[in-house]
Design a binder for this molecule. Structure first.
Ligand SMILES: [Fe+2]
Ligand SMILES: [Fe+2]
Length: 189
């Protein structure tokens, strides 16, 4: 049995844990007085949120599209929200924490993110759990974990994320499988 299966975490567990972490990072940014620490926390949030979104778009949204009755619509909506989020992240990246706009952007981000998270966790993820075999959801967890490690860390609001991903790691998502095997010390044979 593979490691992921032994740990029993499926892709929904991984993505939901990320969501909780993003919202807690936002709380930490607000509770932190020092500009340098706020910059560090914001940079962590930016890179992890971009990697999460790219991994979702590469591996989870295509499954939603194929397997959920209203999948096309849901993916279209979610992908647009990712771009909205990336526009804010791009601005946050270039704004000094001492600038009053920084807090404003953090608030704006929180609003869009909470909305997006409630769509995913409230509607799409439960449907994925009911439509897809657990084994496949666990396999997807591994792909998402690997994709997050190699995905871009900077927001690219003007380009589709799958293009940004392929530009960075090369064409074809098979690479993720090979990397995943390599990273987990598993042989592909
Ligand atoms: Fe998500
Ligand atoms: Fe998402």
């Amino acid at each position: 049995m593979a490691d992921d299966q032994q740990q029993g975490r499926d892709v929904i567990d991984i993505l939901s844990t990320d969501h909780t972490e993003f919202l807690s990072l936002i709380d930490q940014i607000r509770a932190t007085p020092g500009d340098e620490e706020r910059r560090d926390l914001a940079d962590t949030l930016i890179s992890e949120l971009v990697q999460h979104s790219v991994a979702e778009e590469m591996f989870v949204y295509p499954v939603m599209q194929d397997e959920l009755p209203d999948g096309d619509q849901a993916v279209d909506h979610d992908t647009k929200e990712h771009k909205q989020i990336e526009v804010i992240l791009k601005q946050l990246e270039g704004t000094d924490p001492s600038d009053p706009r920084f807090d404003h952007l953090v608030n704006e981000l929180e609003g869009v993110l909470k909305d997006h998270v409630s769509d995913e966790e409230g509607e799409q993820f439960p449907k994925l759990r009911s439509e897809i075999d657990r084994e496949k959801l666990v396999e997807l967890a591994g792909k998402v974990e690997t994709a997050k490690k190699i995905a871009p860390t900077r927001p690219h609001p003007g380009a589709p994320n799958h293009e940004v991903f392929h530009k960075l790691v090369g064409p074809g998502v098979g690479l993720v499988d090979r990397l995943r095997d390599k990273l987990s010390g598993r042989s592909t044979g």
